[in-house]
Design a protein around this ligand. Structure first.
Ligand SMILES: Nc1ncnc2c1ncn2[C@@H]1O[C@H](COP(=O)(O)OP(=O)(O)OP(=O)(O)O)[C@@H](O)[C@H]1O
Ligand SMILES: [Mg+2]
Length: 500
């Protein structure tokens, strides 16, 4: 009897394989970072072959570390950094270019041309998204326009497009030798090419952006058996039975399964998702409408999303680019050396600003500097930037939904930072709650796969597996909270109109 379910989490900074038992507890984990390639200011790339190599290694490593074999695993799910774009040759499996990562801003001209006459919300009613550098469609167009000879090959049907879920699935199921070219609606809803209502590619939009539809993967549900791992290699024969974009997977893993439930994941960036049930709520306040999940033939569940590009990666930047801390966790100790931010605010608009502003002309700024400000204040400003940006998207969500959030479930790498969590509760004015299993992204993908093969019976199992670890309650006065937030909002305006 197979007693476990596995998940591959192909993230922005690393690839992970995690194995869970029936109660949703972590049994094994193996993780490997890949290189971040920055060929020019604003450009971010990954090597898809390096990532595929890492995926195989972490799957093997996770199995080995728990002394398990393939037959112990009932199913495997895939979750992934969304929007990151790969185009490859169907016959050889060779990418035609590096993966263009979601944070990359090279498509800003394409995006402003597409919106020139009809505006940034040209495709919003169909796709739920504003025109922005973030999404995959314009990234594919950039490759077709800029990599020699590939538009012709794409039009002949020789090339395939995928986000990382599709790239990993295609390779896991055989690559050039019968690999499945499939995605799920959560990933497809991040391309700017999918109709949110029909969950199909929209031929008109594809034509307007100039993307041959033969490149696009088939859109299946988020939870069903797509196929099996190829016979030679790790996980041979295990069914692959779930695909969810990382943020939707975290929403599922956090058991945000009813309308009105929301979570915030603190990783490379921050992503707040609010379940709006089977209703597609279009935002008037700078949020995205996205598919939350589609389990088999059940109705599609939608979410409102506030995407923040830079949070944890600002901590990494402080470590790697400034050398002001030796490790990410060290930031907490440095921040605790002072009582407040000393008047300094750090707006990390490294990829422009995402929700709720959607300003690709913005760039990062530290404001409020005086001779008084030291390393500790800057460390605080870095952590506070995460909390202030979160407040901006929560305010947008409250305005869109008309129902103020009462508490916030959190997860991801930064939520071990107690100072940040307390400040988050203070600046939001609502409790912040962390679950026992913080690896909700991989867990959500495992749930999607396990539901498809009957390892878990229903969503009720997911709810009963969820347990609270810790809660932070607000302790700041309203006056201080609002003053700091006003200062933050002023700081944000200083980043606008930088790129001409
Ligand atoms: N103690 C800490 N305090 C503040 N930030 C931290 C701490 N520990 C880790 N981080 C930040 O958390 C991030 C890693 O979080 P996590 O592991 O959830 O991201 P990830 O899932 O690897 O991201 P992705 O899925 O995008 O690859 C890093 O950006 C790191 O800087
Ligand atoms: Mg992640």
């Amino acid at each position: 009897m197979a007693s476990y379910v596995a998940a591959i989490d192909q993230g922005t900074t690393s690839s992970r394989c995690m194995i869970f038992d029936h109660s949703g507890r972590v049994v094994a984990v193996n993780q490997k970072e890949h290189r971040q390639l920055f060929p020019k200011a604003g450009w971010v790339e990954h090597d898809p072959l390096e990532i595929w190599d890492n995926v195989r290694q972490v799957c093997a490593g996770a199995l080995a570390s728990a002394d398990l074999v393939s037959s112990d695993i009932a199913a495997c799910g895939i979750t992934n950094q969304r929007e990151t774009t790969v185009v490859w040759d169907k016959a050889t499996g060779k990418p035609v270019y590096n993966a263009i990562v979601w944070q990359d801003t090279r498509t800003d001209e394409i995006v402003s041309e597409l919106g020139a006459t009809e505006g940034q919300n040209r495709f919003q009613s169909k796709t739920g998204l504003p025109l922005a550098t973030y999404f995959s469609g314009p990234k594919v167009k950039w490759m077709l326009d800029n990599v020699d000879g590939i538009r012709e090959r794409a039009e002949k049907g020789e090339l395939l497009f995928g986000n990382m879920d599709t790239w990993v699935l295609w390779n896991c199921t055989g690559g050039p030798d019968g690999g499945l070219h499939v995605t799920d609606p959560t990933n497809a809803s991040r391309t700017l090419l999918m109709d949110l209502e029909t969950l199909q590619w929209d031929p008109e939009i594809c034509a307007e952006i100039g993307i041959p539809m033969s490149m696009l993967p088939e859109i299946r549900s988020s939870s069903e058996v797509y196929g099996q791992f190829r016979e030679r290699g790790v996980f041979a024969g295990i069914p692959i039975a779930g695909i969810l974009g990382d943020q939707q997977a975290a929403t599922f893993g956090q058991a945000c399964l009813s309308p009105g439930e929301a979570k915030n994941t603190y990783g490379t960036g921050n992503f707040v998702l609010l379940n709006t049930g089977t209703e597609r709520v279009l935002s008037d306040n700078g949020l995205l409408t996205t598919v939350g999940y589609k389990i088999g033939t059940n109705d599609t569940v939608y979410c409102l999303e506030g995407s923040i590009a830079v949070t944890g990666s600002l901590v990494q930047w402080m470590r790697d680019n400034l050398g002001m801390i030796g490790s990410a966790p060290e930031i907490e100790q440095v921040a605790r050396s002072v009582d407040d931010n000393g008047g300094a605010y750090f707006v990390p608009a490294f990829s422009g600003l995402f929700a709720p502003h959607w300003r690709s002309d913005a760039r990062g700024a530290i404001v409020g500097l005086t001779r008084y400000v030291n390393r500790g204040h800057l460390a605080r400003a870095v952590l506070e930037a995460t909390a202030f940006q979160t407040r901006e998207v929560i305010e947008a969500m409250n305005a869109d939904s008309g129902v103020p959030l009462k508490s916030l479930k959190v997860d991801g790498g930064m939520v071990v930072n107690e100072l940040l969590m307390q400040f988050q509760a203070d600046i939001l004015g609502v409790p912040v709650i962390r679950p026992v299993v913080n690896e909700t992204t991989a867990l959500g993908a495992a749930y999607a796969a396990g539901l498809a093969v009957g390892f878990w019976g229903s969503e009720a199992d997911i709810r009963s597996n969820w347990a609270k670890d810790k809660q932070w309650d607000p302790s700041m006065t309203d006056e201080v909270r609002e003053k700091q937030y006003r200062d933050w909002q002023k700081a944000v305006t200083k980043t606008f109109d930088w790129v001409e």
